[in-house]
Design a protein. Structure first.
Length: 116
């Protein structure tokens, strides 16, 4: 079984930066896509950034140019550098991994709060 542990959330003022990190551990036989979703209060969970097995990264339009996903395949880690943060980026951020099973594996979530 695969576990994902996230770190790096917190409170920041608008215009500031945060970096989220996620490390996968456990019985990992294959690691396909890794990335981040977020869920704001009263809203559906949405994709923020995803990196597939070929190394292609996809970003939500709302974060393009501000967020950058980094992936370390050797260590099964992924991080999200978030710059120029806006209040609308406030959400719980979830790391996910596609390890070839029926369902993705999810982290426990980390809160990001951006004050205006």
């Amino acid at each position: 079984q695969v576990q994902l542990v996230e770190s790096g959330g917190g409170l920041v003022q608008a215009g500031g930066s945060l970096r989220l990190s996620c490390a996968a551990s456990g019985r990992i036989f294959v690691m396909n896509a890794m990335g981040w979703y977020r869920q704001a209060p009263g809203k559906q969970r949405e994709l923020v950034a995803s990196n597939n097995r070929r190394g292609i990264t996809t970003y939500a339009d709302s974060v393009k140019g501000r967020f950058t996903l980094f992936r370390d395949n050797a260590k099964n880690r992924v991080s999200l550098q978030m710059n120029s943060l806006k209040p609308e980026d406030t959400a719980v951020y979830y790391c996910y991994a596609d390890t070839g099973g029926t369902l993705n594996t999810w982290g426990q979530g980390t809160q990001v709060t951006v004050s205006s």
